[in-house]
Design a protein around this ligand. Structure first.
Ligand SMILES: [Fe+2]
Length: 198
């Protein structure tokens, strides 16, 4: 068994026919996801070899460790993103288990969505994530800078939205984030969201 964990790329090629988000867009995005898996595994291999050679306290090792946080989160977030999408969406946001829980906290599904959209329109590249805090049993929307900065420790990601321009720049202009946000919400699998740990 490897000391450092490896990823196995998941097959999302069946994720086709989304509303507005083109198949070509998804194909390009999946290629990018596969790159994160490849690089994460390559890093684990390099780090393991260095660990074996007694080089774990070197600056090179530490820098690769830092990079592993970036690459690993690139894999994990993309999987959560692809898995909360389905052609034309699945289930109804407001009526889902998530929708009912979020309405209780925010006073309505739309109030949560307004907060999530506020986060999602943040200038820059990153992710908008609705998290659930298992200890206080509350949700909150976070902006995650790039992949590896800003995750609340111990919280469970529930709705995951990719806001790197590569998520829409194949079928839209880079400036058309607002249209992409509409398209994302038209394709959310609330059924998948409901299976997450909240
Ligand atoms: Fe992405």
């Amino acid at each position: 068994m490897s000391k450092l964990p490896r990823f196995t790329a998941k097959d999302y090629t069946a994720l086709k026919g989304l509303q507005a988000i083109s198949d070509e867009q998804i194909t390009v995005h999946l290629a990018l996801y596969n790159g994160y898996v490849t690089r994460s595994n390559k890093l684990a291999e390099q780090l393991e070899a260095m660990l074996g050679d007694g080089k774990s306290a070197t600056a090179e090792y530490q820098e690769l460790k830092r990079r592993a946080g970036w690459e690993n989160n690139g894999v994990i977030l993309h999987e959560l993103y692809f898995e909360n999408l389905a052609p034309g969406g699945k289930g109804q946001g407001g009526e889902s288990r998530f929708g009912q829980a979020i309405a209780k906290q925010y006073g309505g599904f739309d109030a949560w969505k307004a907060d999530m959209l506020g986060v999602a329109k943040m200038p820059g590249v990153g992710w908008a994530v609705t998290y659930f805090d298992p200890s206080r049993k509350v949700f909150d929307n976070f902006w995650i800078d790039r992949h590896d900065v800003g995750h609340p420790a111990g919280y469970v990601p529930v709705v995951v939205l990719d806001l790197w321009e590569h998520a829409w720049s194949v079928y839209l202009k880079p400036t058309e984030r607002a249209k992409y946000l509409e398209d994302f919400f038209a394709n959310v699998s609330w059924t998948a969201v409901d299976k997450r740990g909240f």
